[in-house]
Design a protein around this ligand. Sequence first.
Ligand code: SF4
Length: 404
Amino acid sequence: MAPVKNFLYLARTLRRVPRMALVSPALNLFFLRYIGNFRIKNSAGHWTVHSHLPPLNHPAFGRFVGLHLLERIAGPSHAQIGLTNACPQACAYCYNRERRGQAMDTETILRAVRELKELGVCWLGLTGGEPLLNPDIARIVASAADGCAVKLFTTGSTLTPERARELKQAGLFSVSVSLDHWLPEIHDRNRGLTGAFATALSAIRLFKVTGGVQVGVSAVVSRDMIQRGQVEEFLEFLQGLGIDEAWLCEPKPSVAAFWDESQVISPAEHRQLSDLQDRRNRRAGMTVNYLGHFESRENFGCNAGHKMVYIDACGEVSPCVFTPMTFGNIRDRSLKEIFTAMKSHFPSGDTCFINRNFPLIRDAGRGQGFLDPAASLRVMDKAEFGELSGFFRLYLRDRKERRA
Ligand code: SF4
Protein backbone atom coordinates (compact mmCIF):
# COMPACT_ATOMS: atom_id res chain seq x y z
CA MET A 1 0.00 0.00 0.00
CA ALA A 2 1.24 3.50 -0.84
CA PRO A 3 2.57 5.48 2.14
CA VAL A 4 0.07 8.12 3.34
CA LYS A 5 2.67 10.86 2.91
CA ASN A 6 2.69 10.14 -0.83
CA PHE A 7 -0.92 11.34 -1.05
CA LEU A 8 -0.05 14.55 0.78
CA TYR A 9 2.81 15.24 -1.64
CA LEU A 10 0.60 14.41 -4.62
CA ALA A 11 -2.14 16.75 -3.39
CA ARG A 12 0.41 19.54 -3.04
CA THR A 13 1.77 18.72 -6.50
CA LEU A 14 -1.72 18.91 -7.98
CA ARG A 15 -2.02 22.44 -6.59
CA ARG A 16 1.27 23.39 -8.28
CA VAL A 17 0.55 21.56 -11.55
CA PRO A 18 -3.27 21.58 -11.95
CA ARG A 19 -2.89 20.20 -15.50
CA MET A 20 -2.20 16.82 -13.89
CA ALA A 21 -5.96 16.49 -13.51
CA LEU A 22 -6.30 16.57 -17.32
CA VAL A 23 -4.05 13.55 -17.84
CA SER A 24 -6.07 10.49 -18.85
CA PRO A 25 -7.44 8.63 -15.79
CA ALA A 26 -5.72 5.43 -16.97
CA LEU A 27 -2.29 7.11 -16.99
CA ASN A 28 -2.91 8.84 -13.67
CA LEU A 29 -3.90 5.52 -12.12
CA PHE A 30 -0.80 3.93 -13.59
CA PHE A 31 1.39 6.61 -11.99
CA LEU A 32 -0.39 6.29 -8.65
CA ARG A 33 0.27 2.57 -8.65
CA TYR A 34 3.89 3.00 -9.77
CA ILE A 35 4.66 5.74 -7.24
CA GLY A 36 3.21 3.48 -4.53
CA ASN A 37 6.44 1.44 -4.82
CA PHE A 38 8.37 4.38 -3.37
CA ARG A 39 8.15 6.86 -0.51
CA ILE A 40 8.05 10.41 -1.85
CA LYS A 41 10.61 12.35 0.17
CA ASN A 42 11.83 15.86 0.58
CA SER A 43 15.47 15.32 -0.41
CA ALA A 44 17.35 18.60 0.06
CA GLY A 45 14.25 20.56 -0.93
CA HIS A 46 13.30 18.32 -3.87
CA TRP A 47 10.05 16.32 -3.60
CA THR A 48 11.53 13.15 -4.95
CA VAL A 49 9.99 9.84 -5.99
CA HIS A 50 13.40 8.71 -7.22
CA SER A 51 16.20 10.28 -9.19
CA HIS A 52 15.05 8.99 -12.60
CA LEU A 53 11.96 11.22 -12.50
CA PRO A 54 11.94 15.03 -12.16
CA PRO A 55 11.13 16.13 -8.59
CA LEU A 56 7.43 16.95 -8.22
CA ASN A 57 8.18 20.56 -7.20
CA HIS A 58 10.65 21.21 -10.06
CA PRO A 59 9.56 23.07 -13.22
CA ALA A 60 10.73 20.01 -15.17
CA PHE A 61 7.87 18.00 -13.70
CA GLY A 62 5.30 20.48 -15.02
CA ARG A 63 7.00 20.29 -18.45
CA PHE A 64 6.92 16.47 -18.29
CA VAL A 65 3.18 16.48 -17.56
CA GLY A 66 2.42 19.07 -20.25
CA LEU A 67 4.67 17.83 -23.05
CA HIS A 68 4.68 14.08 -22.55
CA LEU A 69 1.48 13.14 -20.73
CA LEU A 70 -0.87 15.71 -22.27
CA GLU A 71 0.52 16.84 -25.65
CA ARG A 72 2.28 13.46 -26.09
CA ILE A 73 5.00 14.95 -28.24
CA ALA A 74 7.23 12.61 -30.23
CA GLY A 75 10.50 13.86 -28.70
CA PRO A 76 12.46 12.26 -25.85
CA SER A 77 11.67 12.96 -22.20
CA HIS A 78 15.00 11.65 -20.90
CA ALA A 79 18.58 12.13 -22.15
CA GLN A 80 22.16 11.70 -21.11
CA ILE A 81 25.14 13.59 -22.39
CA GLY A 82 28.83 12.76 -22.09
CA LEU A 83 30.93 15.72 -20.98
CA THR A 84 34.32 14.08 -21.60
CA ASN A 85 35.84 10.70 -22.41
CA ALA A 86 38.63 11.20 -19.87
CA CYS A 87 38.39 9.18 -16.66
CA PRO A 88 40.95 8.16 -14.03
CA GLN A 89 39.17 4.81 -13.55
CA ALA A 90 38.97 1.80 -15.86
CA CYS A 91 35.90 -0.35 -15.21
CA ALA A 92 35.59 -3.57 -17.22
CA TYR A 93 31.87 -2.91 -17.84
CA CYS A 94 32.20 0.81 -18.74
CA TYR A 95 29.78 1.58 -21.58
CA ASN A 96 32.15 4.24 -22.80
CA ARG A 97 35.09 1.93 -23.44
CA GLU A 98 34.86 1.72 -27.22
CA ARG A 99 33.76 5.28 -27.90
CA ARG A 100 36.46 7.41 -29.51
CA GLY A 101 36.82 10.62 -31.49
CA GLN A 102 37.18 14.34 -31.02
CA ALA A 103 35.48 15.60 -27.88
CA MET A 104 32.78 18.27 -28.20
CA ASP A 105 33.80 21.74 -27.06
CA THR A 106 31.67 23.60 -24.54
CA GLU A 107 29.77 25.61 -27.15
CA THR A 108 28.74 22.39 -28.91
CA ILE A 109 27.65 20.83 -25.61
CA LEU A 110 25.59 23.93 -24.79
CA ARG A 111 23.96 23.73 -28.22
CA ALA A 112 23.20 20.04 -27.62
CA VAL A 113 21.55 20.90 -24.30
CA ARG A 114 19.47 23.59 -26.04
CA GLU A 115 18.38 21.14 -28.72
CA LEU A 116 17.52 18.48 -26.14
CA LYS A 117 15.28 20.93 -24.27
CA GLU A 118 13.62 22.01 -27.52
CA LEU A 119 12.89 18.35 -28.27
CA GLY A 120 11.15 18.00 -24.89
CA VAL A 121 13.80 16.54 -22.59
CA CYS A 122 12.86 17.04 -18.91
CA TRP A 123 15.50 14.84 -17.24
CA LEU A 124 19.16 15.09 -18.18
CA GLY A 125 21.96 12.86 -16.92
CA LEU A 126 25.54 14.12 -17.13
CA THR A 127 28.06 11.37 -17.62
CA GLY A 128 31.36 10.58 -19.33
CA GLY A 129 34.14 9.58 -18.75
CA GLU A 130 34.29 11.51 -15.53
CA PRO A 131 32.09 14.59 -16.07
CA LEU A 132 33.80 16.54 -13.27
CA LEU A 133 36.89 16.67 -15.51
CA ASN A 134 35.03 19.07 -17.79
CA PRO A 135 35.97 22.48 -16.36
CA ASP A 136 32.73 24.04 -17.68
CA ILE A 137 30.42 21.57 -15.95
CA ALA A 138 28.71 24.17 -13.73
CA ARG A 139 27.93 26.33 -16.80
CA ILE A 140 26.48 23.29 -18.54
CA VAL A 141 24.32 22.38 -15.52
CA ALA A 142 23.03 25.98 -15.33
CA SER A 143 22.12 25.93 -19.03
CA ALA A 144 19.97 22.82 -18.53
CA ALA A 145 18.49 23.33 -15.06
CA ASP A 146 15.74 25.80 -16.02
CA GLY A 147 13.82 23.09 -17.90
CA CYS A 148 15.40 19.82 -16.85
CA ALA A 149 16.04 17.92 -13.65
CA VAL A 150 19.80 17.48 -13.96
CA LYS A 151 21.53 14.44 -12.49
CA LEU A 152 25.28 13.93 -12.28
CA PHE A 153 26.89 10.47 -12.51
CA THR A 154 30.40 10.67 -11.08
CA THR A 155 33.24 8.73 -9.52
CA GLY A 156 33.82 11.77 -7.30
CA SER A 157 37.31 12.25 -8.69
CA THR A 158 38.64 15.86 -8.45
CA LEU A 159 35.56 17.08 -6.54
CA THR A 160 36.33 20.06 -4.28
CA PRO A 161 34.04 21.92 -1.85
CA GLU A 162 33.99 24.88 -4.27
CA ARG A 163 32.96 22.68 -7.21
CA ALA A 164 30.21 21.03 -5.13
CA ARG A 165 28.89 24.50 -4.20
CA GLU A 166 29.03 25.69 -7.82
CA LEU A 167 27.04 22.66 -8.97
CA LYS A 168 24.40 23.19 -6.31
CA GLN A 169 24.13 26.88 -7.21
CA ALA A 170 23.89 25.98 -10.89
CA GLY A 171 20.74 23.98 -10.07
CA LEU A 172 21.92 20.37 -9.95
CA PHE A 173 19.05 18.16 -8.72
CA SER A 174 20.80 14.88 -7.96
CA VAL A 175 24.21 13.26 -7.82
CA SER A 176 24.98 9.54 -8.02
CA VAL A 177 28.46 8.61 -6.88
CA SER A 178 29.69 5.27 -8.22
CA LEU A 179 30.20 2.66 -5.51
CA ASP A 180 30.03 -1.05 -6.30
CA HIS A 181 30.97 -2.80 -3.06
CA TRP A 182 31.31 -2.29 0.69
CA LEU A 183 34.86 -3.63 0.66
CA PRO A 184 37.37 -1.01 -0.53
CA GLU A 185 39.65 -3.58 -2.17
CA ILE A 186 36.82 -5.02 -4.30
CA HIS A 187 35.53 -1.61 -5.37
CA ASP A 188 39.07 -0.47 -6.23
CA ARG A 189 39.72 -3.66 -8.19
CA ASN A 190 36.45 -3.30 -10.15
CA ARG A 191 37.35 0.29 -10.92
CA GLY A 192 40.98 -0.36 -11.80
CA LEU A 193 42.23 2.31 -9.39
CA THR A 194 43.57 2.15 -5.87
CA GLY A 195 41.83 4.78 -3.77
CA ALA A 196 38.61 4.82 -5.84
CA PHE A 197 36.59 3.76 -2.77
CA ALA A 198 38.03 6.55 -0.59
CA THR A 199 37.37 9.08 -3.37
CA ALA A 200 33.73 7.99 -3.61
CA LEU A 201 33.14 8.24 0.13
CA SER A 202 34.77 11.64 0.29
CA ALA A 203 32.58 12.91 -2.60
CA ILE A 204 29.42 11.65 -0.86
CA ARG A 205 30.44 13.50 2.31
CA LEU A 206 31.21 16.69 0.39
CA PHE A 207 27.87 16.74 -1.40
CA LYS A 208 26.02 16.00 1.85
CA VAL A 209 27.78 18.84 3.67
CA THR A 210 27.09 21.21 0.76
CA GLY A 211 23.36 20.40 0.79
CA GLY A 212 20.72 21.33 -1.78
CA VAL A 213 21.31 18.24 -3.93
CA GLN A 214 19.79 14.76 -3.62
CA VAL A 215 22.77 12.52 -2.84
CA GLY A 216 22.88 8.91 -3.95
CA VAL A 217 25.11 6.07 -4.96
CA SER A 218 24.98 4.33 -8.32
CA ALA A 219 26.05 0.74 -7.99
CA VAL A 220 26.69 -1.85 -10.68
CA VAL A 221 25.88 -5.06 -8.84
CA SER A 222 27.55 -8.13 -10.32
CA ARG A 223 25.66 -11.36 -11.03
CA ASP A 224 27.91 -12.96 -8.46
CA MET A 225 26.66 -10.56 -5.79
CA ILE A 226 23.06 -11.20 -6.81
CA GLN A 227 23.51 -14.98 -6.81
CA ARG A 228 25.22 -14.96 -3.41
CA GLY A 229 22.38 -12.85 -1.99
CA GLN A 230 24.84 -10.09 -1.03
CA VAL A 231 22.91 -7.13 -2.42
CA GLU A 232 20.92 -6.80 0.81
CA GLU A 233 24.15 -6.64 2.83
CA PHE A 234 25.44 -4.00 0.43
CA LEU A 235 22.26 -1.95 0.87
CA GLU A 236 22.73 -2.07 4.66
CA PHE A 237 26.19 -0.61 4.15
CA LEU A 238 24.82 2.13 1.87
CA GLN A 239 22.05 2.93 4.35
CA GLY A 240 24.79 3.55 6.92
CA LEU A 241 26.27 6.26 4.69
CA GLY A 242 23.15 8.38 5.20
CA ILE A 243 22.49 8.81 1.49
CA ASP A 244 19.11 9.61 -0.05
CA GLU A 245 19.09 6.90 -2.72
CA ALA A 246 20.78 3.71 -3.85
CA TRP A 247 20.48 3.41 -7.63
CA LEU A 248 21.17 -0.14 -8.78
CA CYS A 249 21.81 -1.73 -12.13
CA GLU A 250 23.58 -4.83 -13.32
CA PRO A 251 26.40 -4.96 -15.92
CA LYS A 252 24.96 -4.73 -19.43
CA PRO A 253 26.33 -6.41 -22.56
CA SER A 254 27.49 -3.05 -23.92
CA VAL A 255 31.10 -4.03 -24.47
CA ALA A 256 32.81 -7.09 -25.96
CA ALA A 257 33.87 -8.49 -22.55
CA PHE A 258 30.16 -8.92 -21.69
CA TRP A 259 28.89 -10.24 -25.05
CA ASP A 260 28.00 -13.60 -23.59
CA GLU A 261 24.53 -14.92 -22.71
CA SER A 262 25.82 -16.31 -19.44
CA GLN A 263 26.69 -12.79 -18.28
CA VAL A 264 23.20 -11.34 -18.88
CA ILE A 265 20.91 -11.14 -15.87
CA SER A 266 18.23 -13.87 -15.78
CA PRO A 267 14.50 -13.13 -15.35
CA ALA A 268 14.67 -14.74 -11.87
CA GLU A 269 17.54 -12.45 -10.80
CA HIS A 270 15.70 -9.46 -12.25
CA ARG A 271 12.67 -10.38 -10.15
CA GLN A 272 14.92 -10.89 -7.09
CA LEU A 273 16.30 -7.33 -7.38
CA SER A 274 12.84 -5.84 -8.02
CA ASP A 275 11.43 -7.62 -4.97
CA LEU A 276 14.36 -6.46 -2.89
CA GLN A 277 13.75 -2.89 -4.01
CA ASP A 278 10.07 -3.08 -3.08
CA ARG A 279 10.82 -4.67 0.29
CA ARG A 280 13.41 -2.04 1.19
CA ASN A 281 11.17 0.83 0.11
CA ARG A 282 8.51 -0.26 2.60
CA ARG A 283 10.99 0.77 5.29
CA ALA A 284 11.89 4.34 6.16
CA GLY A 285 15.32 5.58 5.11
CA MET A 286 17.14 5.60 1.82
CA THR A 287 15.18 4.99 -1.41
CA VAL A 288 16.19 1.95 -3.43
CA ASN A 289 15.84 2.53 -7.16
CA TYR A 290 16.58 -0.46 -9.37
CA LEU A 291 16.81 0.53 -13.03
CA GLY A 292 15.48 -2.87 -14.11
CA HIS A 293 12.30 -2.22 -12.11
CA PHE A 294 11.69 1.12 -13.88
CA GLU A 295 12.41 -0.55 -17.23
CA SER A 296 10.41 -3.72 -16.54
CA ARG A 297 7.49 -4.86 -18.67
CA GLU A 298 5.03 -3.97 -15.86
CA ASN A 299 6.33 -0.40 -15.73
CA PHE A 300 7.98 1.73 -18.44
CA GLY A 301 9.86 -0.92 -20.45
CA CYS A 302 12.82 -0.02 -22.64
CA ASN A 303 12.83 3.57 -23.83
CA ALA A 304 16.08 3.43 -25.82
CA GLY A 305 15.80 5.66 -28.90
CA HIS A 306 12.12 6.25 -28.15
CA LYS A 307 11.86 8.47 -25.08
CA MET A 308 15.59 8.22 -24.22
CA VAL A 309 18.61 9.49 -26.16
CA TYR A 310 22.32 9.62 -25.43
CA ILE A 311 24.81 12.07 -26.92
CA ASP A 312 28.33 10.89 -26.18
CA ALA A 313 31.31 13.16 -25.50
CA CYS A 314 32.16 13.20 -29.23
CA GLY A 315 28.65 14.16 -30.34
CA GLU A 316 27.54 10.70 -31.48
CA VAL A 317 23.82 10.02 -30.96
CA SER A 318 22.83 6.66 -29.48
CA PRO A 319 19.52 5.18 -28.26
CA CYS A 320 20.84 5.00 -24.67
CA VAL A 321 24.19 4.96 -22.87
CA PHE A 322 24.35 1.17 -22.94
CA THR A 323 23.91 0.76 -26.72
CA PRO A 324 27.26 0.96 -28.58
CA MET A 325 25.76 2.34 -31.79
CA THR A 326 25.52 5.75 -33.43
CA PHE A 327 22.85 7.10 -35.77
CA GLY A 328 24.75 10.30 -36.57
CA ASN A 329 26.82 13.11 -35.09
CA ILE A 330 25.35 16.41 -33.98
CA ARG A 331 28.25 18.21 -35.69
CA ASP A 332 26.91 16.97 -39.05
CA ARG A 333 23.13 17.14 -38.62
CA SER A 334 20.63 18.62 -36.20
CA LEU A 335 19.77 16.49 -33.20
CA LYS A 336 16.11 16.62 -34.19
CA GLU A 337 16.86 15.12 -37.59
CA ILE A 338 19.04 12.35 -36.15
CA PHE A 339 16.63 11.53 -33.32
CA THR A 340 13.57 11.44 -35.60
CA ALA A 341 15.29 9.04 -38.00
CA MET A 342 16.59 6.89 -35.12
CA LYS A 343 13.20 6.76 -33.42
CA SER A 344 11.58 5.34 -36.54
CA HIS A 345 13.60 2.16 -35.76
CA PHE A 346 12.87 2.11 -32.01
CA PRO A 347 9.35 1.29 -30.94
CA SER A 348 9.26 1.05 -27.18
CA GLY A 349 9.52 -2.58 -26.03
CA ASP A 350 9.02 -4.48 -22.80
CA THR A 351 12.56 -5.88 -22.58
CA CYS A 352 16.00 -4.28 -22.52
CA PHE A 353 17.08 -3.67 -26.14
CA ILE A 354 20.76 -4.32 -25.48
CA ASN A 355 20.19 -7.45 -23.35
CA ARG A 356 18.05 -8.88 -26.14
CA ASN A 357 19.93 -7.74 -29.24
CA PHE A 358 23.62 -7.66 -28.31
CA PRO A 359 24.42 -10.73 -30.51
CA LEU A 360 23.34 -8.68 -33.55
CA ILE A 361 25.64 -5.84 -32.47
CA ARG A 362 28.51 -8.29 -31.90
CA ASP A 363 28.03 -9.75 -35.38
CA ALA A 364 27.45 -6.46 -37.21
CA GLY A 365 30.54 -4.88 -35.66
CA ARG A 366 32.86 -7.41 -37.32
CA GLY A 367 35.35 -7.04 -34.50
CA GLN A 368 34.54 -3.41 -33.71
CA GLY A 369 32.96 -2.59 -30.38
CA PHE A 370 31.13 0.55 -31.49
CA LEU A 371 28.91 0.56 -34.58
CA ASP A 372 28.91 3.36 -37.16
CA PRO A 373 25.55 4.51 -38.64
CA ALA A 374 25.59 1.98 -41.52
CA ALA A 375 26.27 -0.97 -39.18
CA SER A 376 23.69 0.34 -36.70
CA LEU A 377 21.04 0.38 -39.43
CA ARG A 378 21.94 -3.21 -40.39
CA VAL A 379 21.29 -4.24 -36.78
CA MET A 380 17.89 -2.54 -36.83
CA ASP A 381 16.77 -4.67 -39.79
CA LYS A 382 16.84 -7.70 -37.49
CA ALA A 383 16.37 -6.24 -33.99
CA GLU A 384 13.54 -7.55 -31.82
CA PHE A 385 11.45 -5.55 -29.37
CA GLY A 386 8.71 -7.71 -27.85
CA GLU A 387 5.41 -6.35 -26.57
CA LEU A 388 4.66 -2.92 -25.17
CA SER A 389 5.28 -2.26 -21.47
CA GLY A 390 2.43 -1.54 -19.05
CA PHE A 391 2.91 2.21 -19.41
CA PHE A 392 3.16 2.25 -23.21
CA ARG A 393 0.14 -0.01 -23.63
CA LEU A 394 -1.84 2.84 -22.06
CA TYR A 395 0.18 5.69 -23.56
CA LEU A 396 -0.07 4.50 -27.16
CA ARG A 397 -3.56 3.03 -26.84
CA ASP A 398 -5.15 5.75 -28.90
CA ARG A 399 -2.30 5.99 -31.42
CA LYS A 400 -2.22 4.08 -34.66
CA GLU A 401 1.55 4.01 -34.98
CA ARG A 402 3.91 2.27 -32.61
CA ARG A 403 6.96 3.47 -34.54
CA ALA A 404 5.95 7.17 -34.19
S1 SF4 B 1 18.51 -0.74 -23.91
FE1 SF4 B 1 18.34 -1.52 -21.79
S2 SF4 B 1 19.59 -0.06 -20.66
FE2 SF4 B 1 19.11 0.95 -22.60
S3 SF4 B 1 17.20 2.11 -22.23
FE3 SF4 B 1 16.62 0.08 -22.96
S4 SF4 B 1 16.23 -1.08 -21.07
FE4 SF4 B 1 17.48 0.68 -20.52
